[in-house]
Design a protein around this ligand. Structure first.
Ligand code: X2X
Length: 345
């Protein structure tokens, strides 16, 4: 090669590199650790999902993507309703979050908290695995995060320290801790209770001191958090709300990964999500419901409602459902109702 040709091509190569390097660099500048936010750690089905996702990603990327779990929403000092904003801002790299905790920022997520929307697990699946799930993912994407898969916290059953709850009248005046979403204040006010908003971190000492009487959470949380030791002696199975979990990644972090790694992270989320849902439902979907027996064994009175008794709670909360249907978006709620009516068992 003549010197002049060599120089020309060297300059051309350098110029090409100068143009492509920033992009290439952006994709290869991986962080040594990615921070995953969770409300609950691996002692709970929720945190188990985080562990499964992180392990699958680490294995399948040969350690290129190394995820550390931050349970207790510790990256935002336990303030779980700020998690979504922190994700969008990049304070958090990725998360498995409850629809309840993100609903103050994404109003469509209130859909899942409509009282008595879900008659059974098939109804939950009909939404998350169907058109409604896709629509919610588009909304989350527009809101600034990359949604990848669904998980589940579970059916939220009500417990308290004072008395057996069999009708809305039994809730009268009971101080019930709820998560910081206005829909829950409306629901419990309609039932005659005295709801108070509190983070999960603050809730447990409040049960212990008697500052609040009751709470609502899935049974797997009741046992793992040992709520019977903080005076929660009465539990009623009413299945009024089920909160799904969503696996998401911050947009900038997502864009910093190669397409192949994005695919790995996504598939790992889908696989971990399926396993996590099975873990969340363990003990409550079997015919003999072993988890309920286990809770009774802890000295807790577990109350099952007859269909007529449950209907009283449904009736009392219908105005809340109607009000929030408008706030969430009637089209989305109608689509959800249709999907549930058409569900496969
Ligand atoms: O705070 C709760 O009740 C919990 C742990 O279930 C959620 O984060 C929604």
């Amino acid at each position: 090669m003549k010197l002049r040709t060599f120089l020309t091509s060297a300059v051309a190569t350098a110029a090409a590199l100068a143009f492509t390097a920033p992009g290439a660099l952006a994709q290869t500048a991986y962080k040594s650790e990615y921070r995953m936010s969770l409300v609950l750690g691996p002692a709970f089905p929720w945190g188990k999902g985080g562990e499964l996702w992180a392990n699958k990603v680490r294995e399948r990327t040969q350690g290129r993507i190394n995820i550390k779990l931050y349970p207790g929403v510790s990256l935002i000092q336990g303030d779980q309703t700020r998690e979504f904003s922190a994700l969008r801002q990049g304070v958090i790299d990725m998360a498995i979050g409850s629809t309840i905790n993100w609903s103050p920022q994404v109003k469509q997520l209130n859909l899942f908290s409509l009282p008595f929307l879900f008659p059974d697990y098939a109804a939950v699946d009909a939404l998350t695995q169907g058109e409604v799930g896709k629509s919610i993912f588009q909304t989350l994407d527009k809101a600034g995060v990359v949604p990848l898969a669904w998980g589940e916290n579970g059916y939220r059953e009500i417990s308290n320290s004072k008395k057996q709850i069999k009708s809305p009248a039994d809730l009268k005046g009971l101080k019930i801790r709820v998560v910081g979403s206005p829909l829950f204040l409306d629901t419990f006010t309609a039932l005659g209770a005295n709801p108070t908003q509190m983070s999960w971190a603050d809730a447990q000492p409040a049960f212990a001191s008697g500052a609040v009487d009751g709470q609502e959470n899935p049974l797997a949380i009741f046992t793992a958090a040992k709520l019977h030791t903080v005076a929660q002696k009465h539990l009623t199975l009413w299945g009024y709300v089920n909160d799904p979990l969503v696996f998401v990644v911050n947009k900038e972090i997502w864009n910093s990964w190669t397409p192949a790694d994005r695919e790995i992270v996504k598939q790992a989320a889908v696989d971990a999500g399926k396993e996590q849902i099975a873990i969340a439902r363990k003990g409550v979907i079997e015919a003999d419901k072993p988890l309920i027996k286990q809770i009774e064994g802890l000295g807790v009175t577990v109350t099952q409602l007859s269909p007529a008794e449950r209907e009283e709670f449904v009736k009392a909360t219908r105005p809340v459902y109607a009000k929030w249907k408008g706030q969430i978006g009637a089209d989305l709620v109608n689509q959800a109702e249709k999907s549930i009516a058409a569900r496969k068992p």
